[in-house]
Design a protein around this ligand. Structure first.
Ligand SMILES: [Ca+2]
Ligand SMILES: [Ca+2]
Length: 189
């Protein structure tokens, strides 16, 4: 399908709505819609975790080393926890990732870290996500200690009020103010 054609199931009202709520151009919107539905055909309009990882990896030219991260990030795309990501869920998140300002991107990233959706990041969540992030970004944490110890240190640096929980405010504020921390915790996706 040529990207200029309006795909089936996409009507002008939907296009208008998404154009108003994202920074995408109509051409981009139609292009991603078409791609998305190529992958979703077997999944009644949504992408399950495996198809989503395939689709997103292709979209962002990601390699196998990103799969662990996207398995975990799936949760942040699947807003209604239905087990599939539908086009509105995808396009809202994709727009934040590619066009959102830094604060919006960090708020989205917080949702990736918060695996159990209880609005805080705990030590286990930060260990799990940072390990997947490091694998994806091929970055290494500096220092002689184990990664586990270094990630614990990151946790403590984020936990301003030392209550063993990281709130969205703590996460966003610290990452906004500290480039090093941000590069480790929230790489380009
Ligand atoms: Ca969903
Ligand atoms: Ca949590």
């Amino acid at each position: 399908m040529r990207s200029k054609e309006i795909p089936p199931n996409l009507n002008e009202d939907q296009i208008k709505f998404w154009l108003a709520n994202t920074d995408l151009t109509k051409e981009e919107l139609v292009k991603w819609y078409s791609e998305f539905y190529e992958y979703a055909r077997a999944n009644s309009g949504g992408l399950d975790k495996d198809s989503f990882i395939k689709f997103f990896s292709k979209l962002r030219h990601k390699k196998k080393n990103s799969d662990d991260f996207f398995k975990l990030a799936f949760n942040a795309f699947d807003k209604d926890n239905s087990g599939t990501v539908d086009f509105p869920e995808f396009i809202v998140a994709f727009n934040i990732i590619s066009n959102g300002d830094l604060k919006k991107r960090l708020e989205w990233m917080f949702e990736v870290y918060d695996l159990n959706n209880d609005k805080i990041i705990d030590r286990q969540e930060i260990q799990t996500i940072v390990k997947a992030v490091l694998k994806m970004s091929k970055k290494k944490l500096v220092g002689d200690q184990t990664d586990e110890t270094k990630i614990n240190e990151l946790f403590e640096n984020l936990d301003n009020n030392e209550n063993n929980k990281i709130t969205e405010d703590e996460f966003v504020e610290n990452c906004m103010n500290n480039v090093f921390m941000r590069e480790i915790l929230s790489p380009d996706i």
